[in-house]
Design a binder for this molecule. Structure first.
Ligand code: SF4
Length: 391
């Protein structure tokens, strides 16, 4: 096993362009205290007209969401961008891997812009290409790699998606992870194994709760340990090899808080995202993607009570939009996606005003080879029957 050198980079400092982790933002940002920020964003957007299309992820701040032409999860937003070929500039208010997916799915004459390059995803960063290739070599040494189908969650970097495209695997979303796993297990007969990354929780929850595998069928691959921390016998026996990654937001929710809220809010229903830990999901009433959570609350009857385990910006917006329902947050502390929240109004104004001045800043460009193989993995997902919306 080789050791992968991963320098620690404080957010917004240092450069690691191949990663989700932050790089410096060039140029002078407007001050956050500037009282004209809203007016400046309105003016810049108006000046650009149809040349710009602003995408806003559901977990984004309100101050940015107000300027989004469309809201959605990562995969929906990438598809929305591809459906707007007349938009020369796609300003993606999300995180780095989402902007990469938009670049892959949009045409070459469209520029995808991430207003703050430090807006990465800690989960995506937990599976680096060199680490995954190292794991693949170890699985070959253990004599099992020919049985393995790699499946990556949408929340992964473009080079990881390309790895799956090159090695007979596919991408999945939190809506179609079960269909993707069923597809994977049909690829190599009864001995098929799935290598699932980067989110161990989505992989475990899907394999156990949707496909009927046992917890013993699943092992965890720790990229920092030889053989992922497993014996060769364990690798040979496993059905699902779960990469040791997690979402820093959804990983915070606990089974104890579920119990506390059930004791304090009468008839509360617990609604969580499948990136939550298995013990939390086991205690929930409903589990599903961001879109599923939104649709569930919209369809819920007046007077119903909910505790929601997903990103706080979204939960606060749902509570504000549905005052006839009791909506609580499934954590005692603040739980924003700190990296996504790096995209604030000053960064958005800076990106839009730069475009007005004819300067394309923070463009996200996936190289042609990576794009070609990532598209293969994405296409395998699109060819799956049924659901395809993302996180
Ligand atoms: S919420 Fe979690 S998975 Fe989504 S962008 Fe933030 S860290 Fe990544």
């Amino acid at each position: 096993m080789t050791t992968i050198d991963l320098p620690l980079l404080p957010l917004g400092r240092g450069k690691d362009l191949g990663a989700e982790r932050g790089v410096e933002c060039p140029g002078d940002l407007p001050a956050a205290s500037d009282p004209d920020l809203v007016a400046r964003a309105v003016a810049a957007k108006a000046a650009l007209g149809d040349r710009v299309f602003v995408l806003g992820h559901h977990y984004q701040r309100d101050e940015v969401v107000q300027f989004a032409d469309v809201m959605g999860d990562s995969f929906k937003l990438a598809k929305d961008a591809a459906a707007r070929p007349e938009a020369e500039f796609i300003v993606f208010c999300g995180v780095h891997f989402m902007a990469e997916s938009a670049d892959i799915l949009t045409s070459d004459n469209q520029s995808v812009i991430l207003p703050d390059l430090a807006a990465g995803c800690s989960m995506a960063d937990m599976a680096r290409l060199a680490q995954v290739e190292d794991a693949w070599d170890a699985l070959a040494d253990a004599g099992v790699v020919d049985q393995v189908v790699p499946i990556t969650y949408m929340n992964s970097s473009a080079d990881i998606k390309a790895f799956c495209g090159r090695n007979g695997g596919a991408v999945c979303t939190s809506s179609n992870a079960d269909v993707a796993l069923e597809w994977a297990f049909a690829q190599k007969g009864a001995d098929t194994k799935v290598l699932f990354f980067p989110d161990q929780h989505l992989g475990r929850n899907t394999a156990v709760l949707k496909l009927g595998y046992t917890l013993e069928d699943c092992i965890v691959w720790n990229p920092l340990l030889p053989n992922g921390g497993n014996t060769v016998a364990q690798l040979q026996a496993a059905k699902v090899i779960l990469w040791k990654g997690h979402c820093s937001v959804h990983g915070r929710f606990s089974a104890e808080v579920v119990d506390e809220l059930r004791a304090t809010i009468p008839d509360v229903q617990i609604l969580v995202h499948p990136e939550c830990a298995h013990e939390v999901v086991l205690k929930a009433d409903l589990v599903g993607s961001t879109e599923f959570i939104i649709n569930t609350i919209e369809a819920a009857p007046a007077g119903s009570s909910w505790a929601i385990g997903t990103e706080l910006n979204l939960v606060k917006r749902l509570a504000a939009a549905h005052p006839d329902k009791t909506i609580a947050f499934l954590d005692k502390t603040v739980c924003y996606c700190s990296t996504m929240n790096r995209i604030d109004l000053p960064h958005l104004v800076w990106a839009l005003e730069s475009l007005v001045d004819g300067v394309v800043v923070n463009e996200i460009q996936v190289d042609g080879e990576t794009e070609r193989y990532a598209k293969i993995a994405l296409q395998r997902m699109l060819d799956l029957p049924g659901r395809s919306s993302a996180d």
